[in-house]
Write a protein that binds this ligand. Structure first.
Ligand code: NAD
Ligand code: ZN
Length: 354
């Protein structure tokens, strides 16, 4: 069966396009209604906060992403927003990196679907469209702006709410918004995109749809991370979008599977977790890993080492369990007989090197 997948219907791209947000929202405003701006708290009191086109009863909610989004946090935000008024807001506008984009997606869905966000971790469990939502990235790489998932850590699992309703109704891609990001964070999140491309292109699920997006995204990543370009921020923003489109119709692979384990047990953030894992995966992606090391050197990025050294045996086993449960990722990486190739012992050896 071929997947018949939805994509984000409206996109605005360009330096300064943030200034058009007011016009975009105007069309969705109802009499007496209000918008909720969900802003990464790194921008609290910063110029971007002052540029939000807030009107009338609009609300501003700061979110903290020191930890990646948890289902409990989403539920608390939904309760807070429900307390603002009897009715739902006219729209939710998420502004920040991948974590904030995921928070805004999940909040939009849980404002219309009953229960806890943890109830919807999985595939196509959402039944009711969410509130109108706009995504505005301030970091480039995750592809969260274009994906049909919002990745959440729940009491039992780290798993996305995957559905066509999860997609943004509108995204606004303004490369000027990423300029203040710290260099190491810019690199880690950018490498998430590079790794999406490598894993998609090297995978057994590859097809011309995913290849078309993946190859272009990879080319732009090379320009951004190995060359100097005045419009590097524009390139990386589009590389992120294309990388997301590439995996939308294929899959990621070994690096993402192992990084999920790191993140679940050690609370390592997605971008840096992918870098730590990818650094040890020459046996899966020889050319990609060699080029990744070149990129790290070019930007003088060093990674934390020995992060798994202090884990107990049972923690290590749980981490391996989380990674090996991601069956489609391994099948994409190694093919249908992946279980014979990717044993728990092999996963342990890889983790021990990280
Ligand atoms: P992030 O959103 O976790 O942010 C990382 C740090 O950068 C935070 O401290 C944040 O406050 C800060 N930051 C963000 N923008 C900034 C800016 N312009 N200037 C200064 N600081 C800034 O980072 P990320 O790598 O973009 O996102 C990772 C998250 O994305 C994870 O939670 C991961 O699970 C999720 N993710 C989602 C998808 C998806 O398809 N939904 C895909 C990949 C990753
Ligand atoms: Zn990723």
């Amino acid at each position: 069966m071929f997947r018949n997948f939805a994509i984000v219907p409206r996109i605005i791209f360009g330096r300064g396009s943030f200034n058009q947000l007011d016009d975009i929202l105007q069309e969705k405003r109802t009499t007496g209604g209000f918008m909720v701006f969900i802003l990464d708290d790194v921008f609290k009191t910063k110029p971007l906060e002052g540029r939000l086109p807030m009107r009338g009863n609009d609300k501003l909610v700061h979110v903290n992403v020191d930890q990646e989004p948890k289902t409990g946090y989403i539920d608390a935000l939904v309760e807070q927003i429900n307390g603002f008024s009897e009715g739902s807001p006219d729209g939710i506008i998420g502004i920040g990196g991948g974590s904030t984009l995921d928070i805004a997606k999940a909040v939009s869905l849980l404002l219309t679907n009953p229960g806890s966000s943890a109830d919807y971790q999985g595939w196509d469990l959402i039944q009711i469209p969410g509130v109108y939502k706009v995504g505005i990235p301030t970091l480039s790489g995750t592809g969260a702006e274009i994906s049909r998932t919002t990745i959440l850590t729940g009491p039992e699992k780290k798993l996305g709410i995957n559905s066509d309703y999860t997609l943004y109704d509108q995204i606004l891609l303004d490369p000027e918004l990423v300029t203040g990001a710290p260099k190491d964070q810019w690199f880690y999140t950018g490498m998430d995109c590079y790794i999406h491309d490598v894993e998609s292109l090297a995978g057994t699920f590859i097809n011309q749809f995913s290849r078309a997006y993946g190859e272009k995204s990879l080319e732009m990543c090379r320009q951004v991370f190995l060359e100097e370009h005045d419009d590097a921020a524009d390139k990386l923003m589009m590389a992120s979008y294309f990388g997301g489109m590439s995996i939308a119709y294929s899959q990621v692979g070994a690096c993402h599977a192992l990084s999920y384990g790191l993140s679940f047990i050690l609370d390592v953030h997605h971008g840096i977790g992918c870098c730590i894992a990818f650094d040890q995966l020459e046996e899966f992606y020889p050319e990609g890993v060699a080029e990744f090391k070149q990129m790290m050197e070019h930007h003088q990025i060093s990674l934390p080492r020995n992060i798994t050294a202090s884990l107990s045996d049972s923690e290590m086993e749980r981490m391996i369990g989380v990674a090996l449960a991601l069956e489609p990722l391994w099948e994409n990486c190694l093919g249908g007989n992946w279980r014979e190739l990717m044993t728990p012992e092999r996963a342990r050896k890889l983790y021990e090197r990280m």
